[in-house]
Design a protein around this ligand. Structure first.
Ligand code: GDP
Length: 369
């Protein structure tokens, strides 16, 4: 009996009693193993791991802030509070374009170039469709093969919290944790079909639109509104027979950009060509981004934009919290249910009902004080 119990306690890393531990077993490895156990890790441990640049604990932290469990809410807030003072030092870049334009190839090449220059690169995704398509972007493990195994890179697929607002909020918080972990370039990928770009613009400093030569705007599914948001348009796949076409397309887009209103940040968006697959023109893209950062830091836009983004985040958080409390309130829900039929039968008007429900909501709060 005793022997059996003894054996149970032994981990695979231990050797039999009486024999010295072999030197090739790294003591911090066995220590690390217990830190990464599937069971609950304290917020403090996750925070310290993030500050140490530990990617496993960074992932645990992001999973925590993405959690929709009420029981995780407090810990998630605590972690954000701890990490916020260490954030803000990266360049946050949004990258969009229709599927197939070469986003992941482009991100991989740009990411590896930046790592070679001594930077640390994190890649996040905003993809509200990921719940339905089971991760249409960044979900496929074969993508960004070289970047994903590089220890100076961190790649995280989109949160699948359903609503775009939820995904965008989780991505913004993930970004804060990545910055606290020392990543100094954050690339946020999104599919350029018009939905998530506005959400991305509330998160990033620079917005980059990838396009192809030879497919009209409509064919590429890019809305004019997205083009107007771009700080740089990149015509990708400018290689082989496509070089000339890409240059003509770049000139056409350059002409089109002149017709757009001047951006608030005083920056003139440009159009460049790249071959992501051959690593041609990617350095030029980084040069443009660096020029943009310098320009907007010197005219104050960079910081004021981030402050305004913080205000947007505050507004969104309040709205979301109020919405949740309202629609989760049992007394409101039952009252709403009883009014529904009367609205459908034209017996009550929806404005009066809405007002009454809101009054009831505030009354409940008062009474519960
Ligand atoms: P995404 O869907 O926008 O992420 O696009 P991918 O990066 O997955 O690329 C789609 C296809 O285009 C893949 O077969 C890539 O190999 C190819 N591709 C990406 N960039 C280039 C490029 O610069 N030149 C050429 N010729 N092909 C490219």
């Amino acid at each position: 009996m005793t022997r059996k119990k003894d054996n149970k306690k032994k981990s695979a890393l231990n050797v039999q009693r009486g024999i010295d531990q072999p030197s090739h077993i790294n003591p911090s490895l066995s220590k690390g193993k217990s830190r990464f156990k599937k069971d609950k890790i304290s917020v403090e441990t996750i925070y310290e791991g993030i500050i140490d640049g530990d990617r496993t604990l960074l992932s645990r932290g992001i999973t925590l802030i993405e959690s929709i469990l009420r029981t995780d809410e407090h810990d998630a807030h605590e972690l954000m509070k701890l990490c916020l003072p260490h954030s803000g030092k990266s360049v946050r870049i949004g990258i969009t374009g229709v599927p197939g334009v070469g986003k992941s190839t482009f991100i991989e090449t740009l990411g590896l170039n930046l790592i070679e220059q001594g930077r640390k690169v994190a890649v996040l995704a905003i993809d509200p469709s990921s719940k339905i398509s089971k991760g249409s972007i960044l979900g496929d493990k074969t993508r960004m093969e070289d970047l994903s195994v590089n220890h100076k890179a961190y790649i995280r697929p989109s949160a699948s919290l359903g609503t775009l607002g939820g995904v965008a909020r989780a991505t913004r918080e993930a970004l804060v944790l990545c910055e606290a972990a020392g990543f100094d370039v954050i690339l946020i990928e999104t599919v350029g079909v018009g939905q998530s770009e506005t959400a991305v613009s509330q998160i990033v400093d620079f917005f980059l639109l990838l396009m192809l030569a030879g497919g009209g705007d409509e064919l590429q599914g890019i809305k004019r509104g997205i083009m107007e948001m771009a700080d740089l348009i990149v015509i990708n796949k400018a290689d082989g027979d496509n070089i000339k076409k890409a240059e003509i397309a770049a000139q056409n887009y350059r002409n089109a950009l002149h017709l757009f209103p001047i951006l608030q940040n005083g920056w003139n968006p440009d159009v460049v060509t790249t071959s992501a697959i051959k690593n041609i023109g990617i350095d030029n893209v980084w040069k443009k981004i660096s020029e943009y950062v310098k320009h907007t830091k010197s005219n104050g836009f960079f910081d004021s934009n981030r402050r305004n983004q913080s205000l947007d985040i505050m507004n969104d958080t309040i709205k979301e919290s109020l919405r949740k409390s309202f629609f989760n309130s049992p007394s409101i829900l039952s009252l709403m249910d009883s009014y529904k039929k009367q609205i459908l039968d034209d017996e009550l008007n929806p404005y009066d009902v809405a007002e009454e429900l809101i009054d009831k909501f505030y009354k409940d709060i008062e009474e519960n004080k």
